[in-house]
Design a protein around this ligand. Structure first.
Ligand code: DX5
Ligand code: ZN
Length: 236
Protein backbone atom coordinates (compact mmCIF):
# COMPACT_ATOMS: atom_id res chain seq x y z
CA UNK A 1 0.00 0.00 0.00
CA UNK A 2 1.64 3.23 -1.12
CA UNK A 3 1.44 5.97 1.44
CA UNK A 4 1.78 9.74 1.17
CA UNK A 5 5.10 11.44 1.95
CA UNK A 6 4.40 14.20 4.45
CA UNK A 7 6.23 17.52 4.91
CA UNK A 8 6.07 18.84 8.48
CA UNK A 9 7.96 22.17 8.79
CA UNK A 10 9.29 22.75 12.32
CA UNK A 11 8.72 26.30 13.60
CA UNK A 12 11.59 26.20 16.11
CA UNK A 13 13.73 28.48 13.89
CA UNK A 14 10.79 30.46 12.45
CA UNK A 15 10.32 34.17 13.11
CA UNK A 16 8.15 33.97 16.25
CA UNK A 17 7.40 37.70 15.98
CA UNK A 18 5.43 37.01 12.80
CA UNK A 19 4.32 33.42 13.32
CA UNK A 20 0.90 33.93 11.68
CA UNK A 21 2.55 34.99 8.38
CA UNK A 22 5.11 32.20 8.62
CA UNK A 23 2.35 29.62 9.04
CA UNK A 24 0.48 31.09 6.05
CA UNK A 25 3.69 30.80 4.03
CA UNK A 26 4.16 27.07 4.72
CA UNK A 27 0.49 26.48 3.89
CA UNK A 28 1.00 28.37 0.61
CA UNK A 29 3.99 26.11 -0.09
CA UNK A 30 1.95 22.94 0.38
CA UNK A 31 3.13 21.78 3.82
CA UNK A 32 1.06 18.89 5.21
CA UNK A 33 1.54 19.28 8.99
CA UNK A 34 3.16 21.85 11.27
CA UNK A 35 5.79 20.41 13.63
CA UNK A 36 5.77 22.01 17.09
CA UNK A 37 8.84 21.43 19.27
CA UNK A 38 7.84 21.44 22.94
CA UNK A 39 10.87 21.76 25.23
CA UNK A 40 11.01 22.05 29.03
CA UNK A 41 14.68 22.92 29.68
CA UNK A 42 14.99 19.64 31.62
CA UNK A 43 14.73 16.76 29.13
CA UNK A 44 16.59 19.01 26.63
CA UNK A 45 18.71 22.14 27.34
CA UNK A 46 16.21 24.56 25.79
CA UNK A 47 12.75 25.94 26.66
CA UNK A 48 10.14 26.72 23.99
CA UNK A 49 6.33 26.66 24.00
CA UNK A 50 3.48 24.95 25.88
CA UNK A 51 -0.24 24.19 25.37
CA UNK A 52 -1.34 27.85 25.44
CA UNK A 53 0.80 28.69 22.40
CA UNK A 54 -0.14 25.44 20.67
CA UNK A 55 -3.79 26.46 21.05
CA UNK A 56 -3.10 29.90 19.54
CA UNK A 57 -1.26 28.30 16.62
CA UNK A 58 -4.20 25.93 16.11
CA UNK A 59 -6.46 28.98 15.72
CA UNK A 60 -4.27 30.43 12.94
CA UNK A 61 -3.70 27.37 10.75
CA UNK A 62 -5.77 24.45 9.50
CA UNK A 63 -2.66 22.24 9.29
CA UNK A 64 -2.59 19.26 11.68
CA UNK A 65 -0.49 20.07 14.77
CA UNK A 66 2.35 17.56 15.12
CA UNK A 67 3.52 18.02 18.72
CA UNK A 68 7.00 16.73 19.54
CA UNK A 69 7.26 16.59 23.33
CA UNK A 70 10.90 16.90 24.39
CA UNK A 71 9.86 17.07 28.05
CA UNK A 72 10.26 14.97 31.21
CA UNK A 73 7.20 13.16 32.58
CA UNK A 74 5.14 13.66 29.41
CA UNK A 75 2.19 11.63 30.84
CA UNK A 76 1.34 14.66 33.01
CA UNK A 77 0.81 16.92 29.97
CA UNK A 78 -0.65 14.87 27.10
CA UNK A 79 -4.27 15.77 27.93
CA UNK A 80 -3.39 19.49 27.86
CA UNK A 81 -1.82 19.15 24.42
CA UNK A 82 -4.81 17.20 23.12
CA UNK A 83 -7.16 19.89 24.48
CA UNK A 84 -4.95 22.52 22.81
CA UNK A 85 -5.56 20.85 19.44
CA UNK A 86 -2.70 18.39 18.88
CA UNK A 87 -3.35 15.84 16.11
CA UNK A 88 -0.22 13.82 16.91
CA UNK A 89 1.53 13.71 20.28
CA UNK A 90 5.04 12.28 20.14
CA UNK A 91 6.84 11.42 23.36
CA UNK A 92 10.43 10.33 23.90
CA UNK A 93 11.16 6.69 24.77
CA UNK A 94 13.89 8.05 27.06
CA UNK A 95 11.41 10.25 29.01
CA UNK A 96 9.14 7.54 30.41
CA UNK A 97 9.32 4.22 32.30
CA UNK A 98 5.84 3.21 31.10
CA UNK A 99 5.80 3.54 27.31
CA UNK A 100 3.05 0.94 26.67
CA UNK A 101 0.51 2.68 28.91
CA UNK A 102 1.58 6.15 27.69
CA UNK A 103 1.00 5.25 24.04
CA UNK A 104 -2.42 3.82 24.89
CA UNK A 105 -3.26 6.92 26.98
CA UNK A 106 -2.45 9.19 24.03
CA UNK A 107 -4.55 7.07 21.67
CA UNK A 108 -7.48 7.28 24.11
CA UNK A 109 -7.46 11.09 23.82
CA UNK A 110 -9.58 12.91 21.23
CA UNK A 111 -8.64 15.86 19.00
CA UNK A 112 -10.87 18.95 18.78
CA UNK A 113 -12.85 17.33 15.96
CA UNK A 114 -13.30 14.10 17.90
CA UNK A 115 -10.74 11.96 16.05
CA UNK A 116 -8.32 9.82 18.11
CA UNK A 117 -5.04 11.60 18.81
CA UNK A 118 -2.19 9.77 17.07
CA UNK A 119 0.62 8.49 19.30
CA UNK A 120 4.24 8.88 18.23
CA UNK A 121 7.41 7.70 19.96
CA UNK A 122 10.73 9.45 19.38
CA UNK A 123 14.22 7.99 19.78
CA UNK A 124 17.32 10.07 20.46
CA UNK A 125 20.14 9.23 18.05
CA UNK A 126 21.90 6.69 20.29
CA UNK A 127 18.73 4.88 21.42
CA UNK A 128 18.33 1.53 19.58
CA UNK A 129 15.14 0.89 17.57
CA UNK A 130 14.83 -2.52 19.28
CA UNK A 131 13.57 -0.73 22.41
CA UNK A 132 10.31 -0.12 20.48
CA UNK A 133 9.65 -3.74 19.46
CA UNK A 134 6.72 -4.27 21.80
CA UNK A 135 4.87 -1.05 20.89
CA UNK A 136 5.72 -1.19 17.19
CA UNK A 137 2.60 -3.22 16.31
CA UNK A 138 0.23 -0.50 17.56
CA UNK A 139 2.03 2.86 17.73
CA UNK A 140 1.01 5.34 15.00
CA UNK A 141 4.38 6.97 14.30
CA UNK A 142 8.06 6.60 15.17
CA UNK A 143 10.25 9.71 15.08
CA UNK A 144 13.93 8.99 14.51
CA UNK A 145 16.01 11.98 15.64
CA UNK A 146 18.78 12.85 13.18
CA UNK A 147 20.22 15.44 15.58
CA UNK A 148 20.59 15.52 19.36
CA UNK A 149 17.34 17.26 20.38
CA UNK A 150 17.15 20.82 21.69
CA UNK A 151 18.03 23.12 18.83
CA UNK A 152 17.39 23.74 15.16
CA UNK A 153 20.11 24.21 12.55
CA UNK A 154 22.33 21.31 13.65
CA UNK A 155 24.28 18.91 11.43
CA UNK A 156 22.52 15.76 10.20
CA UNK A 157 23.65 12.51 11.87
CA UNK A 158 24.07 9.94 9.04
CA UNK A 159 23.62 6.78 11.12
CA UNK A 160 19.97 7.84 11.58
CA UNK A 161 19.46 6.51 8.03
CA UNK A 162 20.58 3.01 9.09
CA UNK A 163 18.06 3.13 11.92
CA UNK A 164 15.27 4.13 9.51
CA UNK A 165 16.06 1.30 7.09
CA UNK A 166 16.14 -1.27 9.90
CA UNK A 167 12.93 0.12 11.44
CA UNK A 168 11.01 -0.04 8.16
CA UNK A 169 11.90 -3.77 7.80
CA UNK A 170 11.20 -4.51 11.48
CA UNK A 171 7.82 -2.75 11.38
CA UNK A 172 6.72 -4.62 8.29
CA UNK A 173 7.56 -7.93 9.97
CA UNK A 174 6.22 -7.18 13.47
CA UNK A 175 3.00 -5.51 12.33
CA UNK A 176 2.26 -8.29 9.86
CA UNK A 177 2.87 -10.87 12.61
CA UNK A 178 0.72 -9.02 15.04
CA UNK A 179 -2.16 -8.66 12.58
CA UNK A 180 -5.04 -7.48 14.72
CA UNK A 181 -3.17 -5.10 17.00
CA UNK A 182 -3.21 -2.45 14.33
CA UNK A 183 -6.74 -3.00 13.04
CA UNK A 184 -6.40 -0.40 10.35
CA UNK A 185 -3.48 -2.41 8.92
CA UNK A 186 -2.01 1.05 8.38
CA UNK A 187 1.68 1.19 7.60
CA UNK A 188 3.76 2.78 10.32
CA UNK A 189 4.59 6.48 9.77
CA UNK A 190 8.33 6.89 10.12
CA UNK A 191 9.36 10.49 10.75
CA UNK A 192 12.88 12.00 10.78
CA UNK A 193 13.81 15.28 12.39
CA UNK A 194 16.87 17.49 12.35
CA UNK A 195 19.38 18.65 9.76
CA UNK A 196 17.16 17.82 6.76
CA UNK A 197 16.92 20.05 3.68
CA UNK A 198 16.81 19.93 -0.13
CA UNK A 199 20.35 18.47 -0.30
CA UNK A 200 19.64 15.29 1.70
CA UNK A 201 15.86 14.77 1.75
CA UNK A 202 15.88 12.29 -1.16
CA UNK A 203 18.19 9.90 0.71
CA UNK A 204 16.05 10.22 3.84
CA UNK A 205 12.97 9.20 1.83
CA UNK A 206 14.94 6.37 0.18
CA UNK A 207 15.74 5.03 3.68
CA UNK A 208 12.02 4.43 4.28
CA UNK A 209 11.07 7.69 6.03
CA UNK A 210 7.69 9.10 4.96
CA UNK A 211 7.28 12.10 7.31
CA UNK A 212 9.95 14.78 6.94
CA UNK A 213 10.55 17.45 9.59
CA UNK A 214 12.41 20.45 8.22
CA UNK A 215 12.94 23.66 10.13
CA UNK A 216 15.94 25.87 9.39
CA UNK A 217 16.20 24.89 5.72
CA UNK A 218 12.65 26.22 5.22
CA UNK A 219 12.29 29.14 7.64
CA UNK A 220 15.78 30.57 7.03
CA UNK A 221 15.64 29.99 3.24
CA UNK A 222 14.50 33.49 2.31
CA UNK A 223 11.53 32.01 0.39
CA UNK A 224 9.40 29.78 2.58
CA UNK A 225 6.70 28.75 0.04
CA UNK A 226 9.21 27.97 -2.72
CA UNK A 227 11.40 25.91 -0.39
CA UNK A 228 8.35 23.93 0.78
CA UNK A 229 7.43 23.28 -2.86
CA UNK A 230 11.03 22.26 -3.61
CA UNK A 231 11.03 19.85 -0.64
CA UNK A 232 7.69 18.34 -1.69
CA UNK A 233 8.97 17.79 -5.24
CA UNK A 234 12.16 16.15 -3.96
CA UNK A 235 10.13 13.93 -1.61
CA UNK A 236 8.08 12.50 -4.47
C1 DX5 B 1 15.30 19.64 17.46
C2 DX5 B 1 13.90 19.67 16.91
C3 DX5 B 1 13.83 19.75 15.41
C4 DX5 B 1 14.41 21.01 14.85
C5 DX5 B 1 14.40 20.94 13.34
O1 DX5 B 1 15.28 19.21 18.79
O2 DX5 B 1 13.22 18.50 17.29
O3 DX5 B 1 12.45 19.70 15.02
O4 DX5 B 1 13.74 22.12 15.20
O5 DX5 B 1 15.68 20.95 12.99
P1 DX5 B 1 16.27 21.71 11.69
O6 DX5 B 1 16.17 23.18 11.95
O7 DX5 B 1 17.68 21.20 11.62
O8 DX5 B 1 15.42 21.28 10.53
ZN1 ZN C 1 11.11 18.15 16.50
Amino acid sequence: MAFQNILAPSILNADFASLKDQLAAIEQGGADWVHLDIMDGHFVPNITIGPVVVEAIGKTTALPLDCHLMISDPAKYIADFAAAGASTITVHQEATHHLDSLVHSIQALRTKNGAPVKAGVSLNPATPIETLDHVLPFVDLVLIMSVNPGFGGQKFIPYALDKARALRDRAQRLRALDGGANASGKKLDIQMDGGIGPKNVAEVIAAGVNVIVCGTAIFRSGNIPDTCRQMKNLMG
